[in-house]
Design a protein around this ligand. Sequence first.
Ligand code: MOS
Length: 695
Amino acid sequence: MSQAPPPLGTPVVRREGRDKVTGTARYAAEHTPPGCLYGRPVPATIARGRVDAIRAEEALALPGVHAVLTHENAPRLKEPDDPILAVLQNDRVPHRGWPVALVVADTPEGARAGAESLRITYESAGHDVLLTEDHPGLYTPETVNGDYPAVRERGDTDRAFVTAPVQIDATYTVGALHNHPMEPHATTAQWDENGHLTVHDSSQGSTKVRDSLVTAFGIRPQQITAVSEHVGGGFGSKGTPRPQTVLAAMAARHTGRPVKIALPRRQMAAVVGHRAPTVQHVRLGADLDGILTAIDHEIITHTSTIKEFVEQAAVPTRIMYGSATSRTTHRVVALDVPSPSWMRAPGEAPGMYALESAMDELASALGMDPVELRIRNDPANEPDSGRAFSSRGLAACLEKGAARFGWYDRDPRPAIREEGPLLLGTGVAAATYPVYIAPSSASAHAAPDGSYRIRVNATDIGTGARTVLAQIAAEALGAPVENVRTDIGSSELPDAPLAGGSAGTASWGWSVHKACTLLRRQLDERAGPVPADGLTVTADTQQETAEESPYARHAFGAHFAEVAVHSRTGEVRLRRMLGVFAAGRILNPRTARSQFIGGMTMGIGMALTEASTMDPVFGDFTESDLASYHVPACADVPEIEAHWIDEEDPHLNPMGSKGIGEIGIVGAAAAVGNAVRHATGIRLRSLPLTPDTLL
Ligand code: MOS
C-alpha cells in the first residue's frame, strides 16, 4: 500500500465543490421555512433630507402584501454596533438608497409590486457628494481603517524631496469601487415561540452577525442562531451584517412569520459598502543610483455622514521601501454618500496602485530597470517600526517572476513594439499585505471508529475553508484527511472570527491545530480504546494571539503583465499576467492558486473595466448593476499564472502560513498601468484605463 500524502501542502480537492456545482449547497436565500414571507427594501430617492410621509394603503390593499414597515411602525432597536444597521428608526435620509421602508408579501413579486405602490414624500435638503482635493470639509482623522495612525512621519521629508537629484511628483486617482459578490446579500430570519431568532445570513462571519443582532435587538447570545453555511463571495462587504439582516429579523418579529430578503443587485451599492475613492499625491525623491531619500504619500478620501471609515491607502507605503525620510497622511471628508467599507485589500489595493505607478515613473526617470529599482530599495527592517521582518520575500518574488515571465527580453523604450495596429508593452509592480490574526476557538472530537470531527464557526466564502481546516486537523492528529469532518458556518459552533483580512485560515487553523494537538496527546496517553461517546477537546487561541509579534509580518508579491493597446481605438487587452507570491507556507496549492488568480482577476477589473461615477446632481453613484459596472468577464481575463516561493517563517502560527485572500489584487492594477505606459508611452494616472482616456 502506498503511503498517504501529508495532509498539509497537498492539493486536496475542495469538499463542497460537488454540492456547489450540483445545486445542493444551500445559500442564505435558499432556506424557505414553512410560511415564509418575502421582504423588499425600499430605498430613499433623495440624496439628503427626511421622509415626510409614507402612504401604504394602496400597497397594503394588494393581494399577498402582509405588512409595510416604516420608521413609524418598525420595531425599535437598541443602538446597533454599526450605524448603518439603525434602519427604520427615524425619518432621516443620510444618502440616496438608504432604506426607508420594507414591504413584506407572500411572494417576491408581490413585495416588489407593494414597494412600487408606496406613496412616499420627502423633504429634500441640499446634498454634497463630490470629493475634491480642496474640499473645505477635509480633516485629518485620528486613525484610519485597521486602527493605524492617520499620519506618520520620519525625518524632514520636504527637505529631502526638494534636494533629491531625481524627483517624481504625481497625483493618482482611483474612483469608488463596488463589491459585487455573485451572491447578493441575503437573509432568512425566523423567531420561534420561545423568542429564539434563527437567521440564515450571507455573511463572512456569523459570530459577528450574532453579536450585532444581540446588540441591535437587546437579547442574549443564546437566543440567536446565525448560520452562514455557504456564501457566494463577499470581498469585505459581508464582513459585517448589512441592513437586510436587521430588516429581515424586524419583519419576522413584526409579522410573526419567517421573512426572507435578498437584496436586488441595484440596491447593493448603497448599503453594502464600497471602496472609497482616493486622490493620492505621491512624491518620491531619489539619488542617481535610485536609492530613495524621500517618500511622501498623501491620501484624500471620503466617508459618509453616519460613519467614519477611512481607506488606509498610505499605510502600505510605510513598510514597502527603505528611505531616509517618509511621510504618509490621510485626510477625509464626510459627504452625503453611502458608507464606504471594506473591499478586498482595503488600503493596499488603491495605495499600492499609486506607489507602484510612481516607482515605475521613477525607474523611467532614472533609466533603470523597474525590477532592479525595487530590489535596490528593499529594506533590511520595516521602515516604519525598525522591527525585523519575520520574512520578506519581495526580492525573491521579483526575481522568480522576472525569470518566469521573460521580463529581461524586453526593450525598455516605450512605444516601440508594434504588431499591426497594436502597441505591446510589459509592466511590473510589487504587492504586499499584512499578516493579521485574530483569536479563535475550536473543538476536536475523536470517535471510537477512528474518525474525527472538527467544529469551528469559520466561513467558506468560496475559498475552501472546510478543506484546508481538515488538512490542518489531519496534520495535527496524524490522521488521513478523509477521516476528518469539519463543521463550519454556524454560531452554534465554537466562536471564530470572520473570513476577512486574509486572516481566516491562520486564525481558525491555529485553534483547530491546538485542539487537535491536545486531543492527540490525550489519545496517546490513554491506555484503553476511545470511549463509546468519543473524546472532545475544546481550545482557544486568546493567549497565543494576545501579544503583538516582535516581528514585522507581511506577505509580498510581484505582478508582471503584458498588454496590447489598439492605437486607433485605445482598447487595452491584457495578453498575459503572472504573479509570484511569498505568503509563508502554502497549505493547499489547488485552492491557494484559485485565490491568487481570483485576486489578480479583480485587479484586472480595477485596472481596466470597473468604474463608478458620482453624479453630483443626482447625488449617487450611477453604475448600480452589472450591466453598467463591469466586472471582468472571461474574455477580459487571459491566461493568468500564479506562483509562489517556498517561504519558511517560524514567527507566524503553527502552520507557518500568511494570508492569501487579498494580496492577489494588490499591485495588479499598477502592473497593467505600467505595461500600458510601456506600450504607448502614455502615463495615465487615473483608473480605470478606458479607451477614451488613451486617445
Ligand atoms: Mo476582506 S476586504 O478583509 O473581507
